[in-house]
Design a protein around this ligand. Structure first.
Ligand SMILES: C[S@@+](CC[C@H](N)C(=O)[O-])C[C@H]1O[C@@H](n2cnc3c(N)ncnc32)[C@H](O)[C@@H]1O
Length: 274
């Protein structure tokens, strides 16, 4: 098979990557044969794959919109993924054109595509950085130039923490980011869960991601809710108690109809830093 053209530097064509896999689940074109083959192995046992991705993406969009409506004007989107429709800056700037958005991801494909999308887009920047290095990420000049750390910031960790194993202390990492943000900031987080899933599907997913550039670690509802300890969780939708919810339910206009097989793979929540 001939090699794909215009491959950005640093991209490994021999391993699937979480960013390219997710792009494929969403119907995007920024992926390679190795990603498509891997994704199809998962789809054979998880037919709701596309729904999982879109239910999560819907959460991201509704969370950003809610945060912008609450007056948040600065967003740090870590594990931002390849650009698709209604990216964070488009949702936030639809509420206030002056909203500022910093995208960070450790996949070299993301930077190449994000820079192309953001060219001519003021008040946005994209950097390559690793979530596991908070001080290095937040210390990059592009971040210091764009973000005012005396004003509230929304930290978005959407569908990214499940690529961080316990050995990297995800709770400790969240704490190190939030320590840099003033009171009144927010954390929006979503995370894959295996709570309700069949072991066969989980074995296939584990087999695919263990050969990809990052492994995936599902966590329970309690573990995911624990990421918000010390913060003030918002109610996922009108009339509900504060807490985490399945991705489709969070911010849903009609929670009765938002439940789906795909939505039940991901818990999410949004919380205020006191
Ligand atoms: C499933 S995508 C989620 C994209 C977007 N946040 C969303 O929810 O629509 C996960 C993204 O996290 C990125 N990622 C994984 N591990 C990372 C790490 N250690 N540091 C930064 N980004 C990471 C991947 O490259 C990928 O783009």
């Amino acid at each position: 098979m001939s090699e794909p053209e215009n491959v950005p530097p640093g991209v490994d064509l021999d391993k699937a990557s979480p960013a390219r896999l997710y792009d494929y689940y969403l119907g995007g074109k920024d992926n390679y044969p190795i990603d498509r083959e891997a994704a199809e192995r998962i789809r054979a046992v998880v037919p709701e794959l596309e729904d999982i991705a879109w239910a999560n993406r819907g959460f991201l969009q509704r969370a950003v919109h809610r945060l912008a409506a609450l007056g948040i004007r600065q967003f740090i989107d870590v594990g931002a993924g390849l650009p698709t429709q209604n990216n964070t800056h488009q949702v936030a700037q639809a509420v206030d054109p002056a909203a500022r958005v910093l995208y960070a991801d450790n996949d070299p494909m993301v930077l190449a595509h994000a820079r192309a999308l953001l060219a001519g887009s003021p008040d946005t920047a994209a950097i390559t950085a690793d979530l596991r290095e908070p001080e290095e990420l937040l210390g990059q000049p592009a971040v210091r130039e764009l973000i005012d750390f005396t004003q509230p910031v929304a930290l978005l960790l959407v569908a990214v923490l499940h690529f961080i194993g316990d050995e990297d202390d995800p709770r400790g990492l969240i704490g190190r980011y939030l320590d840099a943000l003033p009171p009144g900031s927010y954390l929006a987080l979503s995370h894959g869960t295996a709570d309700h899933q069949a072991p066969q599907a989980l074995r296939v997913i584990d087999g695919v991601y263990s050969k990809a550039t990052a492994n995936a670690f599902f966590r329970t509802r309690d573990e995911i809710a624990g990421f918000f300890d010390g913060l003030e969780l918002l109610p996922p939708h009108e009339g509900s108690a504060p807490g985490v919810a399945f991705s489709g339910d969070w911010g849903a206009d009609d929670p009765e109809s938002s439940d789906s097989d795909g939505s039940r793979w991901v818990y999410c929540g949004v919380a205020r830093v006191p």
